[in-house]
Design a protein around this ligand. Structure first.
Ligand code: BGC
Length: 751
């Protein structure tokens, strides 16, 4: 974009979408024409009445006060002698509601538009038409639009010219789009029409998802269709959307008597069901309804199938959790009044995500914003884009959340092998480590402060948001881990990392001194951290060290010696047994617990947790009809009641991080040198699965690992791409190192 002149409406237009348009004269023969456009708010663009491109929710969600992306479209085919260019802008993330407490206008009090048309002629000359105050502003058919609250598309609304656009000297910087486009994907037909016991007319699309419901309908002029969304029905079969909190998610279409396909273009919803609150007289025509999935374009790179239908459903749920929450930023959930780029959730899931899909572009964009929002002292906030501003009484900087700064770049480097990712993000990583270095009351321990901790863990009482593990322990463990990743990144880049190696040694020593005794975590620590009032639980005064999560972090982050491992793993198994053979881990312990068990010789226990069907477990939600991953292990309790209304998303991808273990241990594919140039393939079969078949389309080629049982043996088939060295390790201990090719083995099933 050459000029980016920011235009606003001459009058206040609230939450309605408005159209900026103007005509330009194109006098010569056109070789190529390019439209560049952006907005503060979300926009759609058209040339001579034709909607341009197939992207939705442009310009995307960025840290707007640092940068707003512009998109460019080839519009050569649409140009005429007199060409009308227009863009319609609605409040979107920048001006509408976003974040907590009903906040709106976080970035600007009203929408803005900036666009220009560049025309290159066949005679070698070119012209730039920049939208300015000669362009006009008018109302549109979209009389209301808000990311959380939904949209009203009124085909009968009079289009009124509001006057000429006004140039605003706005502080926004337009930059080229460095993300992948947000586009429409699956289009699902209804699977059922339900009249609930309460008499509500409900349509079930069979899949929890993110996007919107489109409707092909004619109707009479002035008739209305209005519906709201839900992820689940309650135990009586009634429509339930209390978990959306303040987000209304209401879509209203006002019909004009002609047939159209109506769709919201300036908002999105997370849902499986809709409740028809208004619909023309007569029978509901289900054929007109479609649920359209919307997310960032990513190439699928993995597949995973077993002989166990519940596990296959779990993987399906993980995939749909990712699709639903990779909508331009990695969101926690797509439905309630959050949909924020929570850094903790992002780091927890990013490895699974990068196996499932090629997420390089997606993260290149998000990490750009993370870098821009990093504080001078290296702080990384709980969400990116940051939405708390100065409204929060406590700072939202938390261990396990800010560590997205180190974990995401390192994970992407490991899986894709592109050093540029580390180049781009080295200072982000270093800054975060330095922040931790100075955050605590002790140089090498992060004590005190605000943390989300082992969020939603089950060991501090079933209804607590905060787990029992001492946040000081969690914070210092992540300090050590992030420092170790920084060192690895620096070494790849050829930097002198001796200062950080020394820091790491000291953090590990301080951790062991303060939190451990005789190779075990100590158990009781004083409460030092700040907890938000609403999050206090009965265990607030004592914080624990002997918890599943503490043991898992000690084992996985290398905070113990090799000699100490057997006792630690025994203790972990003991705690699992004491908890009824179940996990009690939350956001920070869960992604690692199965790995901690498998890496230390207890895949048997890992499988027990994996196959467990009681709360908390992955299969609990599958048994309760989940089609995506739930925020809470028991979002719907055994008695059919709901966990809570305030934190109960049924489409939260975090616990889907288990996909990493499914590929890494069930199929056994683990990366040991960047870009899968070196791998271990050590599948761990289980008769309960019958067979497993997994494939990953890596940047080095396709890797496959499958196994199946015969009457008395297990057969393995492993495909290694050319250029990759694979160490194959079978459960009977047979090991060989191979290069590109297909390898088949059989071992007795009684090993
Ligand atoms: C979000 C989480 C997030 C958390 C911070 C919640 O409201 O939905 O997924 O990480 O806040 O603890």
């Amino acid at each position: 974009m050459k000029k980016a002149i920011w235009l606003k409406s001459p009058v206040e237009t609230g939450a309605a979408a408005i159209t900026f348009s103007g005509s330009v004269s194109v006098k010569k023969e056109v070789l190529r024409a390019t439209l560049s456009a952006t907005s503060i708010g979300v926009y759609t663009a058209s040339v001579n009445g034709n909607r341009v491109g197939n992207r939705v929710l442009t310009p995307g969600y960025t840290s707007y006060n640092n940068r707003v992306m512009f998109q460019t479209y080839d519009v050569t085919e649409l140009i005429t002698d007199k060409t009308t260019v227009s863009i319609t802008v609605a409040p979107g993330w920048a001006v509408g509601h976003i974040g907590f407490s009903g906040r709106e206008k976080l970035y600007h009090p009203h929408v803005l538009a900036a666009f220009e048309l560049e025309v290159c002629y066949t005679d070698g000359t070119s012209e730039l038409f920049v939208a300015d105050e000669s362009f006009t502003v008018s109302t549109s058919e979209v009389t209301f639009a808000d990311i959380y609250d939904g949209e009203t598309l009124d085909k009968t609304a009079p289009i009124v010219t509001l006057g000429n656009a006004v140039i605003e000297d706005a502080p926004f910087t337009a930059v080229p789009d460095n993300g992948a486009p947000i586009t429409e994907h699956e289009s699902l037909s209804p699977i059922a029409y339900i009249v609930t016991p309460n008499g509500e007319k409900v349509i079930d699309f069979g899949q929890n998802m993110t996007g919107y419901v489109t409707l092909r309908i004619k109707g009479k002029r002035g008739e209305r269709v209005s519906f709201t969304h839900a992820e689940v029905l309650d135990s009586d079969g009634n429509f339930y959307n209390a978990n959306y909190r303040k987000a209304k998610n209401v879509i209203t279409y006002v019909l004009d008597g002609e047939e159209h396909v109506y769709k919201p273009e300036y908002s999105f919803q997370g849902f499986r069901y809709i409740r028809l609150d208004e619909y023309p007289e007569g029978e509901v025509d289900l054929n007109g309804f479609r649920a359209v999935a919307v997310h960032t374009q990513m190439t699928r790179t993995a597949d995973f199938t077993t002989g166990n239908a519940k596990i296959n459903q779990l993987y399906h749920n993980i995939i749909w959790g990712q699709k639903s929450n990779y909508l331009d930023v990695p969101t926690d959930c797509p439905q309630r009044n959050e949909r924020l780029g929570w850094t903790g959730d992002t780091q927890v899931f990013c490895r699974a995500a990068a196996i499932n899909y090629d997420v390089r572009r997606f993260f290149e964009k998000w990490l750009t914003d993370l870098r821009l929002e990093q504080g001078e002292d290296g702080r990384v906030m709980g969400t990116c884009p940051e939405t708390y501003g100065t409204c929060s009484p406590i700072s939202r900087i938390s261990a396990g959340w800010g560590d997205a700064a180190t974990i995401v770049p390192w994970t992407l480097y490991e899986l894709y092998g592109d050093k540029q990712i580390l180049e781009d993000n080295f200072e982000l990583m270093r800054g975060w480590v330095e922040y931790m270095h100075s955050a605590g009351s002790e140089e090498f321990l992060w004590l005190g402060g605000f943390h989300y901790g082992d969020w939603l863990a089950m060991d501090a009482g079933a209804d607590s948001y905060v787990g029992a593990t001492a946040n000081d322990l969690v914070a210092t463990a992540f300090f050590a881990y992030s420092t170790s990743l920084l060192i690895k990144a620096g070494e790849v880049l050829g930097k002198d990392m001796s200062y950080y190696r020394d820091m790491h040694t000291k953090v590990v020593a301080a951790f062991r001194e303060y939190f451990m005794e005789n190779g075990m975590p100590k158990d009781e620590f004083p409460l030092t951290e700040i907890l938000p009032d609403s999050k206090k639980s009965s265990s607030d005064t004592v914080r624990r060290g002997v918890t599943q999560t503490a043991l898992v972090l000690i084992l996985q982050f290398g905070l113990c010696t090799e000699q100490e491992r057997p006792a630690l793993i025994n203790k972990l198994v003991e705690l699992i047994d004491e908890f009824g053979g179940r996990m009690s881990t939350g956001f920070l312990g869960t992604p690692y617990i199965l790995h901690a068990l498998s890496d230390n010789g207890r895949t048997d226990v890992a499988y027990k947790l994996f196959f467990n069907e009681n709360n908390p477990s992955w299969l609990y939600s599958v048994n309760h009809g989940a089609t995506t991953i739930w925020e809470h292990w028991n979002g719907i309790k055994e008695d059919g009641s709901f966990w809570s209304t305030s934190m109960n998303s049924f489409n939260h991808y975090a616990y889907g991080a288990v996909a990493d273990w499914m590929f890494g241990v069930i199929a056994g594919i683990k990366v040991t040198a960047p870009a899968y140039k070196e791998i271990i393939v050590a599948p761990m079969p289980s008769e309960k699965l019958g067979f497993a078949r997994a494939g990953i389309d890596t940047v080095s080629g396709r890797i496959e690992s499958s196994w199946y049982y015969t009457a008395d043996s297990v057969r393995f088939e492993i495909t290694v791409p050319d250029g990759t060295v694979a160490k194959i390790v079978l459960p009977n201990g047979y090991t060989e190192t191979v290069r590109g090719g297909k390898y088949c083995y059989g071992i007795s099933k009684n090993i």
